[in-house]
Design a protein around this ligand. Structure first.
Ligand code: UDP
Length: 475
């Protein structure tokens, strides 16, 4: 994605001596684990890096020392994490190779290019400190072999949810059954292997290299199975049955310790500058009156769809805050031309920003609904704030997530990519003003309460986190 590419920056290695740590954060449990170091390796995409840094913060609060190894591309800002040691890694990607247009290719190149430098970097960290374990994004599949060579335990973080992870395990089978090339009405057929998914919900990425997709899916499944554990940013109450399936399939310890959003703030890991000007505007508006519209950090649309969305928002007569990220409209890196007459129609009831402080926005009393692409972080952030959703999924796990939002948790409705301005207008009004939307909001509040309870003492995620800490200490 262009905007993220431009913000590629490199921070020097940073090491914080152990004596600078706040001793007060250390729980009783840590008597025998003092100064045990964890090395975390986030994937350099917003939706992956944020949860990995949140996980690092959670584990730091449990008394571990944290080292982050990161690529030059989309490197995190160490100033936001003064207690962590940061180690940068040359990814050998050219500027054009960091485009997220063909995600499969980007992920393949990252794994290929980082293998040798990562091994050296990790070995150097291990020379300097006693490392308890390596925690990487599932997608860094090459790291299992590195961990094996260095005789280090590896745990993986899956930043998407367990139901979509299961769907990924079936990809080669689904391809053989013809699901991935399904067209027209076939897309509405149920997938008997994974209810309640329909064929159109099966994860897929646009790529010019489809042969890489299955190979990568296989590699990340095999290397996940070979790891010492699997962490999910979710909660048992939301995804109990999918978690059971994952446990059966992978046969390694699985820890559902989310939502991270209830335990740590995400904003410090934002790769784009957050435009705070929308907050005073929201402050001036009545409760439950604004639709927040954002399609995350990668999804892109064409100008025709952009115009239909704009006119749908205008015709709905609802207030809205719309994130128009550079790169949202394919082929346009700079500002996106709005349709003629649009601004005049909406100027007294809208704000447009390039990047919002999303969690703060979703938690604002003026927000009534969230029109989202259904990236897993966005869905969880919405659930954590009890905000019902309009789902417009694009790729990867987003269709799976949308199915759960609309059919399982029943806290949202779905748009299709061919929805025109009238469909959009009607959908927005269903969510914002009709009884259907109010019912969704009630169910969303119940989920929000569950999300708060599960991380409180004795809750399911609280207990899973205790188990994770004990598991790491057993290595
Ligand atoms: N986000 C944000 N401001 C925005 C849009 C998105 O801070 O204007 C954050 C959002 O809070 C979430 C992340 O970017 O944490 C997007 O992750 P997600 O998994 O939802 O989608 P992705 O970008 O990976 O498709």
């Amino acid at each position: 994605m262009q905007a993220l590419k431009e913000r590629r920056h490199l921070y020097p290695d940073r090491f914080v001596p152990a004596h600078n740590l706040q001793q007060s954060r250390l729980p009783v449990l840590q008597q025998n684990m003092a100064r045990r170091r964890l090395v975390l390796f986030p994937l350099p995409l917003q939706g992956h890096q944020t949860p990995m840094l949140q996980l690092a913060t959670i584990l730091y609060s449990k008394g571990f020392e944290i080292s982050i190894i990161h690529t030059y591309f989309n490197s995190p800002n160490p100033a936001n994490y003064p207690h962590f040691a940061f180690h940068s890694l040359p990814d050998n990607l050219t500027e054009s190779e960091t485009s997220t247009e063909d995600l499969t290719l980007l992920l393949h190149k990252l794994n290929r290019n980082c293998a040798a430098p990562f091994r050296d970097r990790l070995a150097r960290v291990m020379e300097d400190a006693s490392v308890a374990c390596l925690i990487t994004d599932v997608i860094w599949y090459f790291t299992q072999a590195v961990a094996d060579t260095l005789d280090l335990s590896r745990i993986v973080l899956r930043t998407n949810n367990p139901s979509s992870f299961m769907a990924f395990t079936y990809l080669p089978q689904f391809r053989d059954k013809g699901y991935l090339s399904a067209q027209g009405t076939q897309l509405e057929e149920p997938v008997p292997e994974l209810p309640p998914l329909k064929v159109k919900d099966i994860p897929r990425n646009y790529t010019r290299h489809p042969e890489l997709n299955d190979a990568m899916a296989n590699m990340l499944m095999e290397t996940s199975k070979a790891s010492k554990g699997l962490i999910f940013n979710t909660l048992q109450e939301l995804e109990g049955s999918s978690l059971s399936l994952v446990r059966q399939h992978f046969n390694i310890p699985v820890f559902a310790i989310g939502p991270f959003q209830k335990q740590v703030k995400a904003s410090s890991s934002s790769l784009l500058a957050e435009d705070q000007s929308c907050i005073p505007w929201l402050n001036s508006l009545p409760p439950k009156s604004v639709l927040y519209v954002s399609f995350g950090s990668i999804a892109a649309i064409d100008q025709t769809q952009f115009n239909e969305i704009a006119w749908g928002l205008a015709l709905s007569i609802q207030s809205f805050l719309w994130v128009i990220r550079p790169g949202l409209v394919r082929g346009l890196d700079g500002s996106v031309p709005l349709p003629d007459g649009f601004i005049e129609m909406v100027m007294d009831r809208s704000r447009i920003v390039e990047w919002a402080p999303q969690e703060e926005v979703l938690g604002h009393p003026a927000i009534c609904g969230f029109w989202t692409h259904c990236g897993w972080n966005s869905v969880l952030e919405s659930i954590c704030q009890g905000v019902p959703m309009i789902c417009l999924p694009f790729f990867g796990d987003q269709m799976n997530n949308a199915r759960y939002v609309t059919d399982v948790w029943r806290v949202g409705l779905r748009f299709e990519h061919d929805s025109n301005r009238q469909d959009i207008e009607k959908g927005i009004r269903r969510l914002m003003v009709e009884t259907e939307g109010k019912e969704m909001r009630k169910r969303a509040i119940i989920l929000k309460d569950q999300a708060s309870l599960c991380v409180a003492k004795g809750g399911s995620s609280y207990q899973a986190l205790e188990s994770l800490v004990a598991h790491i200490l057993s290595f």
